[in-house]
Design a protein around this ligand. Structure first.
Ligand code: ZN
Length: 246
């Protein structure tokens, strides 16, 4: 079986501008995510960042990406609309999966794909418990009924997203706030997974449960034959099965 081709995209500015963040993620957040994803033999990983030409995601890269993992925060507006449109096309028509990490809730591609602002409430970093709400879901495989994150940024409801297809993880914070921390959507032929932990000043990407969830999310979001079967020439229409009448 051919490998799932994953592109891990990171804004990669905090790590260059703030020594404290570079100390937590010396290879960048994309490097940290790529490192643990590389533990899966069936994944082929590449990375891309905002400051690369075409943000590291020219058409040729997106055409050869099965799942795009996205981390952005301060510079969502610097991502060109042209790249966002092509990501949208690859998801809608090509079935490319999209995994939105943490502050990607406000990224242009996430907002375009789910058709919502992605606005939410937030507060200072504090203790978080992630609850497994849907253990039967493939993204929850191997994840305990709950796990603790000593420090994570508080993201709280209301979270302005469409009603998710599946709500897999819920967050509780020591402040009493709650959040839909892990949810899935479908858009055209593509699958989208949003997952909240992953603030740049915290160490969540080193947490084994977070790693497992993102690995699961990448595998779940990969296109099936249905996704591959759809022509890239018809990006914004619903796919129609052609009957074989012979
Ligand atoms: Zn954050």
């Amino acid at each position: 079986m051919s490998k799932i081709r994953v592109t891990v995209w990171n804004e990669f500015r905090h790590e260059k501008e703030e020594p404290a963040i570079a100390e937590i993620y010396p290879k960048g957040i994309h490097g940290a995510i790529a490192d643990f994803l590389s533990e899966c033999d069936d994944l082929e990983i590449r990375t891309a960042t905002l400051d690369d030409p075409d943000h590291g995601i020219p058409n040729e890269v997106l055409d050869n990406t099965d799942v795009l993992v996205w981390w952005g925060h301060m510079h969502h507006d610097k991502v060109s609309d042209d790249r966002v449109a092509y990501i949208q096309k690859r998801v809608y028509a090509g079935g490319m999966g999209f995994v939105a990490c943490h502050s990607a809730h406000h990224s242009k591609p996430f907002r375009a794909l789910v058709g919502a602002t992605g606005n939410l409430s937030w507060g200072d970093d504090c203790r978080e418990i992630v609850w497994n709400l849907k253990p039967t879901h493939p993204i929850a495989a191997g994840v305990p009924d709950h796990f603790d994150l000593e420090l994570e940024e508080l993201y709280a409801e209301p979270f302005y997203i469409p009603t998710p297809d599946d709500l897999i993880f819920g967050a509780w914070y020591e402040t009493g706030h709650i959040f839909r921390a892990g949810c899935t959507f479908t858009s055209g032929a593509g699958k989208i997974f949003y997952f909240q932990p992953g603030h740049e000043a915290c160490r969540s990407f080193y947490n084994p449960h977070v790693q497992r969830i993102i690995k699961n999310g990448v595998h779940w979001a990969a296109p099936n034959e249905f996704g591959y079967a759809i022509s890239d020439d018809a990006p914004f229409v619903h796919p129609v099965y052609k009957r074989d009448d012979k």
